[in-house]
Design a protein. Structure first.
Length: 254
């Protein structure tokens, strides 16, 4: 049994990432006979739940914070990284606001757990992982919050990069910040988190994605990146293009 493929969907909120991830996962399973795991970040595991509470501007419960401190760490050998996580949990216990660097550290801790306990085992088992958000999101949202590329790459190299897993293919669904906010407002049942409520932040995030793709080191985060214009294509058209890309790269070789 060969290694599974790791395919990631990136983009602004309401760019269609989740829609495409669901469509492609269903197609791979039902029509291509591929074993698939759908995954997302922040995850629904303990550290991901803490991160989600923070970005949704809620205080994590004492029980959740206790579980986070007791949770078996996948990065125990990374002494400084563990210290940072413990400092973050202590800040949350005291009701203190986190800095943007602390928030991104929390996301990376969730990703380490995700890679070690979900993504890597699935890939080794021949399962394809279809992922909603991964490393590019950390950089785009962190840079939009005025963190430097150097600060984020340092954290990345101290944590996730050591686990040596990167996507085989990433799709970036490119939409304007104005369209992202419009779709958010039209989705009446959707909560608005700290990263979605301001148009200026969304514009900075879109710009950060563009700067990342222009950077020579971008392929450190994904083996291949395909950019699709979500403003000009319907969801059905994007699904068709994504299927074509996956077929030509991977399925024709099975």
């Amino acid at each position: 049994m060969g290694r599974g493929k790791f395919i990631v969907f990136e983009g602004l909120t309401h760019s269609g990432k989740s829609t495409q991830a669901h469509a492609i996962a269903s197609w791979l399973e039902e029509e291509c006979g591929v074993k698939v795991l759908r995954n997302q970040e922040p995850t629904k595991r303990i550290l991901g739940r803490v991160a989600r509470e923070v970005v949704m501007k809620r205080n994590p419960s004492p029980v959740l914070l206790y579980e986070a401190t007791e949770y078996p760490s996948p990065y125990t050998r990374l002494t400084r990284f563990v210290e940072l996580i413990n400092e973050i949990i202590e800040c949350l216990r005291k009701g203190q606001a986190l800095s943007e660097l602390q928030i991104q550290t929390l996301f990376l801790a969730d990703r380490c757990d995700d890679v070690m306990n979900v993504i890597r085992p699935a890939l080794r088992n021949g399962t394809w992982v279809i992922q909603d958000r991964f490393t590019l999101s950390t950089f785009a949202f962190g840079m939009a919050a005025y963190l430097s590329y150097e600060d984020i790459i340092k954290l990345h190299h101290e944590s996730v990069a050591l686990l040596r897993v990167k996507p085989d293919l990433a799709f970036f669904l490119d939409i304007r910040a104005e369209e992202s906010l419009k779709r958010l407002k039209n989705n009446k049942g959707c909560e608005c988190g700290k990263y979605e409520e301001h148009i200026d932040f969304l514009r900075r995030t879109a710009k950060a994605y563009g700067n990342l793709f222009a950077a020579p080191g971008c392929y450190e985060f994904s083996s291949n990146i395909t950019q699709l214009n979500g403003d000009r294509k319907t969801q059905e058209e994007m699904t068709w293009h994504i299927k074509e890309d996956i077929e030509s790269r991977f399925l024709d070789k099975i």
